[in-house]
Design a protein around this ligand. Structure first.
Ligand code: CTP
Length: 402
């Protein structure tokens, strides 16, 4: 395992996708910034974008031969930037259409994707566009802008593409992170287990799996080898990782314990049932007028069981879904009791964050620190969790200052 491998400002191959809008002219400046920083930009200009700026302009700025075949570069690039991204291209990216070199690149490219939407304010405020942006973000793409101001067509509102300098700065940030977890094996559990009562009924919980999936996606974006143990996800299974279905607490315990030995980082984001029906009927219980009494028996506490294993430099992250004032104190107690290295405290009494919500607000609790992460989309919370986990990994492997 190489923890802490950095990009170190080395030359990166950056695919610069340009789709058809007036803001295409600003992509020229972006290409120039990449060249100036010593990177290797490869322009991918859609046929409609060519109506605004000729492909030869981009080729000249990128110092590439005209009519170069971009396909050999698609799978070996460090970053794909789509700037400007029109409403049409945004929809294609979100749904996986591949009808030109840019959209094909988006499917073939395994690394980070940065998208800078640009469109009229009326288009940007359309629910279909918002849904596409949300879908794309959920799949792991980073969105930047659009900004408020006057669009090139003279309309006021939100829709103008972010400035090239800003896009470039974010790209540099993504490049710096892209290899941070190279060679690190990460095991993530996500979702909520369902414990069968009979052939059709189960006891479950409200976890959607969004938080765990966001952690898995972010880890993969940073170069980790990710295995996702998925318990009844309400969100799509993300690409780029091994996924194993673990619908019950028993399945999840078995798979997690079998795989933990070969993981450097384990993130237990799943809401695992604490109890399951002691007896499961194989048929569907017919309805009658009497009460149905169900006896519940405890399940394995997976996090605690993992904490019992020899650590060997492995970092263990748990979640604490708590309600009420003394939640943090209980979470800290849980950290100690389950021998985790990091506990993500979640106040589940709030409706606007946490369970089955797109945002989260958490406190990261380690043996020595407490760090509050303000309300943010789950992918930003995932990034903060991985920053902390990465620091703990370096510490556990004797490279604290790296
Ligand atoms: N967890 C687990 N196995 C279980 C139950 C929970 O691995 N059978 C993990 C969860 O994935 C989570 C952490 O333990 O990372 C905390 O879950 P929570 O339900 O808050 O903890 P409990 O131990 O059930 O807490 P309490 O004793 O307060 O009910």
């Amino acid at each position: 395992m190489t923890v802490g491998h950095r990009h170190n400002g080395r030359m990166a191959r950056v695919l610069v996708g340009v789709s058809g809008g007036i803001a295409a002219y600003k992509a020229c400046e972006l290409v120039r910034l990449f060249v100036k920083a010593g990177h290797e930009p490869i322009p991918l200009v859609t046929p409609v974008a060519e109506r605004f700026v000729a492909a030869r302009t981009f080729a000249a700025l990128a110092r590439r031969p005209l009519n170069e075949d971009p396909y050999p570069h698609l799978e070996r690039a460090d970053l794909l930037v789509v700037a400007p991204c029109t409403a049409n291209t945004l929809a294609k990216l979100a749904r996986g259409l591949a009808d030109n070199v840019l959209t094909e690149a988006a499917l073939a490219h395994p690394g980070p994707i940065l998208v800078a939407p640009a469109m009229s304010p009326r288009m940007w405020s359309h629910p279909a566009v918002h849904e596409n942006a949300r879908l794309l973000a959920e799949q792991g793409a980073d969105l930047i802008g659009p900004d408020e101001g006057e669009t090139a067509e003279g309309e006021l509102g939100v829709g103008r593409m972010a400035e090239p300098e800003e896009i470039f700065a974010r790209a540099q940030q993504l490049l710096a992170r892209a290899h941070e977890l190279d060679g690190v094996r990460v095991l993530v559990t996500a979702g909520g287990t369902r414990e069968p009562l009979d052939a059709v009924r189960f006891l479950g919980n409200r976890s959607s799996g969004r938080m765990g999936v966001a952690v898995a996606v972010e880890a993969a974006r940073r170069g980790a080898d990710v295995t996702l143990l998925a318990a009844n996800l309400a969100v799509p299974v993300p690409p780029g990782m091994e996924t194993v279905a673990t619908p019950t607490a028993d399945d999840l315990a078995r798979e997690a314990l079998a795989r933990a030995g070969s993981a450097d980082l384990v993130v237990m984001a799943a809401a695992v049932a604490d109890y399951r029906p002691a007896e499961v009927r194989t048929d569907k219980r017919p309805k009658d007028t009497s009460n149905w009494t169900v006896e519940l028996e405890p399940t394995t506490d997976v996090l605690a069981a993992l904490g019992e294993l020899p650590a060997n430099g492995r970092v263990l992250v748990g979640f604490a879904a708590e309600t009420g004032e003394d939640g943090i104190a209980r979470a800290r107690e849980k950290l100690e009791r389950k021998r985790a290295n990091l506990l993500v405290f979640n106040d589940v009494s709030r409706e606007d964050v946490g369970f089955d919500a797109p945002d989260n607000e958490v406190v990261l609790i380690t043996r020595t620190e407490e760090r509050r992460i303000g309300k943010a989309p789950k992918r930003e919370v995932a990034a903060a969790i991985l920053d902390e986990a990465h620091r703990l990994l370096r510490e556990a492997n004797g490279r604290p200052g790296e």
